[in-house]
Structures are given as C-alpha cells and as structure tokens.
Design a protein around this ligand. Structure first.
Ligand SMILES: *Cc1c(COP(=O)(O)O)cnc(C)c1O
Length: 247
C-alpha cells in the first residue's frame, strides 16, 4: 500500500488511528456501493449502470490508495494544485482523474494535460482553451457542461436557456469529446424536491437530441438516490465515503 511504502515507521498510536480511519473508509465504500445498487434496482436501472466517482478533494493520497485497493478507479478533484500533488504521489496507479471544480483560464493548461474528464465546463472560452491545450498524443478530453439548475447567482454553471448555444460551440472543438451535463442543485432534504431540478435538465437535454450526450453527472452524498432515479450515470460522492471534509 502507498502508506507502507512511504511511511515505514508509524508509531503504534499512529498505526491504530490510521487503521481505524481506513476501516471506516472500507465500510463507507461498501455502504455507498450498495446504496447505489439498491437505487439502480428501485428505479429499474441496469445494475452497474451508475458509475461511482469518489470525490477526494481535501483527502490524502493514503485515503485514495485505500479505496484503490478495493477496486475504485475514478476519482474527482476540485482544486488543481492539490490534485496535481496527489497525481504525482499516485503516479503508478491506473486512476481516471475527473476535474469537477470551477475553472479559471490560467488553470486550463494543466487540466488539459493531467485529467481524463472535466465536469465543470460552463463557458466557451474555457472549452476552447482546453481543446487547444489538450496534448495531441492523448485522446480527446471528455467534458460535461455544468448547468446551473437552481439559478443561484453564486453558483457556477450555464443556465438551461443558454445550454443549446454552448453545446453547438463545444461539440465542434477537435480535442474535446462532449459527453453530457453536470448539475449541482441547491441542497434539499425532500426526495421529490431533490428530483425536480434533474427532471428539468433531462427535458432540456432531450430537446437537444444529441446522441453523444449520454453522461448525466448528477447526485452527491445527500441526493444520490434521487439523482439515480432521474437517470444519473455518474454520482460524485465525497462525504459519504471519506467523512466530513477538513479545510
Ligand atoms: C465536493 C463535491 C462533491 C461531493 O460532495 P459530497 O456532498 O461530499 O458528496 C460533488 N460534486 C462536486 C462538484 C463537488 O465539488
């Protein structure tokens, strides 16, 4: 394991705490996996049709390593510098890296080079830079367009009304592969209210009639069951796997 190679001399107390922490990650992992499975079955979805993206922002390389040992391969990060550091630490691992955070222009180069997926494209300028900066020897960068479904001024994401135009602009960029949409609705505790924003976005995507848009990056720890009922193909889960984030 990563931690054994890099920290050969944990003291006894450190080792005990470390093991407790990893044991809870293992338990959480199986809990989340079975929750996804139950939600797939409950909504008549094919078992295994929903991909789990482990959101590891603020979490250590050790914790990523622990999930990797259990077979997890897709990890999501929001902060570029932190992500690049972990990618270096975990260079030998066969991880598919997803960038899911807000993107400033000065970050596009590293994102285009170091990630396989980007979920948070919400303007043409960023998409164009990602396409131009994607190295020629790599396959096209997979992108989802982030849609602001709750129309909150503070949130990133394009409005549903502006989605068709952005789709037209992005789908012709040579080094990007447009895969679908991502949404982060404002948190709701009621199941029906959790489903609403995804229903709206589903209708908008259906109207576009693009057969390559098959990815629905919907759902986090708090609403993944509702998201799966509404067709999520990727759920982005952090807290339910790793516990509360410490910033
Ligand atoms: C942090 C984050 C998540 C994970 O949220 P949890 O509630 O911890 O599961 C999912 N998606 C995005 C875009 C995030 O930034």
């Amino acid at each position: 394991m990563y931690y054994l190679k890099h920290r050969p001399c944990l003291c006894f107390f450190e080792a005990v705490v470390f093991n407790m922490r990893m044991t809870s990650i293992y338990k959480n992992y199986f809990k989340v996996r079975s929750k996804i499975r139950d939600a797939e079955l409950a909504s008549g979805r094919e078992p295994g049709s929903v991909k789990l993206l482990a959101v590891s922002k603020t979490q250590s390389a050790d914790k990523i390593s622990a999930l990797y040992q259990l077979g997890q391969r897709h990890f999501g990060e929001s902060y570029l510098q932190e992500a690049l550091k972990k990618q270096r630490q975990l260079g030998a691992y066969q991880i598919t890296w997803h960038f899911i955070g807000p993107i400033q222009s000065n970050k596009t180069k590293s994102i285009a080079v170091c990630f396989n997926w980007v979920h948070s494209v919400d303007r043409f300028k960023i998409a164009k830079r990602l396409s131009e900066q994607r190295p020629a020897h790599l396959p096209p960068l997979n992108v989802c367009l982030q849609v602001n479904v709750s129309n909150e001024a503070s949130k990133s994401g394009i409005s549903i009304a502006d989605l068709p135009e952005l789709v037209k602009q992005v789908e012709i960029l040579p080094n990007l592969q447009l895969r679908g949409v991502m949404a982060i609705p404002s948190p709701q505790s009621e199941y029906d209210l959790q489903r609403k924003p995804y229903q709206m976005l589903n209708q908008a995507v259906e109207k576009l009639g693009r057969k390559e848009m098959t990815t629905f990056s919907y759902g986090m720890s708090g609403d993944l069951v509702a998201a799966i009922a509404e067709g999520a193909t990727i759920v982005r889960v952090g807290t339910a796997l790793f516990g509360k984030r410490k910033y």
